[in-house]
Design a protein around this ligand. Structure first.
Ligand SMILES: [Zn+2]
Length: 77
């Protein structure tokens, strides 16, 4: 029988998804797709997605072009 993968999260009473997110964070990977994270816990693609979601939620009109995710996207004002 194959040995199960065990790490510091295995025994925690949290959902599988949460464990996945914690492992991704520990390994500096995007918590949504597992790609290498560029900032915090997200890859560029999901960083942009999260940013756009925030914008809609807050109803922001202007864009902050100094923000890292814009720089990485190659967007200039
Ligand atoms: Zn991602």
């Amino acid at each position: 029988m194959r040995k199960r993968i065990e790490d510091e999260f295995t025994k925690l009473q949290i959902s599988r998804q949460r464990k996945y997110q914690l492992r991704m964070q520990r390994d500096k990977r995007c918590t949504e797709c597992g790609e290498p994270a560029v900032q915090g816990s997200r890859c560029l693609k999901h960083l942009v997605k999260a940013r756009e979601r925030q914008r809609r939620k807050r109803g922001l009109k202007r864009r902050y072009y100094g923000t890292l995710s814009y720089k990485l996207q190659g967007v200039t004002a």
